[in-house]
Design a protein around this ligand. Structure first.
Ligand SMILES: *Cc1c(COP(=O)(O)O)cnc(C)c1O
Length: 222
């Protein structure tokens, strides 16, 4: 019952235009089922293998989001089942996703992951790298991916001002790229930012997708 209570409280706190992605990594199929029966249809996983196993055991109307770092050699496993990939951090990966999606006659919604934190460990593209990817003439020939927006992760810190500034910088990148590359393309519309500890700040800074795990399912046991 706790899961459905948590979901209800989080949904009530989110504006209507913000999509809640329930991050179910390291949580069981039965916990995901509980969330599903409480009306949650969108789930995020960060590992290819785990997503595949759960996909097979759960209802087919779930929308699956891959949110973790993705290696090009693993794209083929999820291309038939994944709806969104939040962690596109290279041209090569985008091209591979397009090729694999083409084989299955699918379109996969993609977010470009940008580096906004001060920590060394986080994956992601810089603004010049995103521009280079978008200016690559091949990118516009990719028929089986849709570039839907940006994703970013703030630093792991208690400093709320720093987190707010980092999310604000992602929103500014989004606005600049929208103007420069997608002025007439309504599909480029998403900013995926905000996790359990910082999603209220992310929403305040313009997030349209929050990726929340712990606040729904409780602590992960590794
Ligand atoms: C695990 C994870 C989340 C969710 O984290 P919580 O703190 O449990 O809400 C969000 N985004 C990514 C990329 C993750 O790996």
């Amino acid at each position: 019952m706790q899961i459905s209570e948590n979901l209800k409280n989080i949904r009530q706190s989110l504006p209507e235009n913000v999509k809640l992605i329930a991050v179910s990594k390291n949580h069981s199929v039965s916990e995901i089922s509980e969330a599903y029966h409480a009306g949650q249809k969108v789930f995020g996983e960060n590992k290819v293998q785990e997503l595949m196993e759960k996909f097979d055991k759960l209802p087919s109307d779930i929308e699956w989001h891959l949110i973790g770092h993705l290696q090009t050699n693993k794209v083929k496993y999820i291309a038939p089942i994944v709806n969104w990939i939040h962690s596109v951090d290279s041209f090569k990966l985008l091209k591979t996703i397009n090729n694999e999606a083409l084989k299955h006659n699918r379109q996969i919604d993609c977010l470009l992951q940008m580096y906004i934190a001060t920590e060394e460990t986080k994956f992601g593209l810089s603004l010049p790298e995103v521009k280079e990817l978008l200016l690559n003439p091949e990118t516009s020939t990719f028929t089986n991916i849709r570039i839907r927006g940006l994703m970013g992760m703030a630093s792991f810190t208690d400093d709320k001002k720093q987190v707010r500034d980092e999310f604000g910088s992602l929103r500014n990148y989004f606005n600049e790229l929208k103007q420069g590359f997608f002025p007439n393309n309504p599909l480029f519309s998403e900013i995926s930012m905000g996790m359990s500890d910082d999603y209220p700040i992310a929403v305040e800074q313009g997030s349209t997708m929050v990726r929340v795990g712990t606040a729904i399912f409780g602590q992960r046991v590794y």
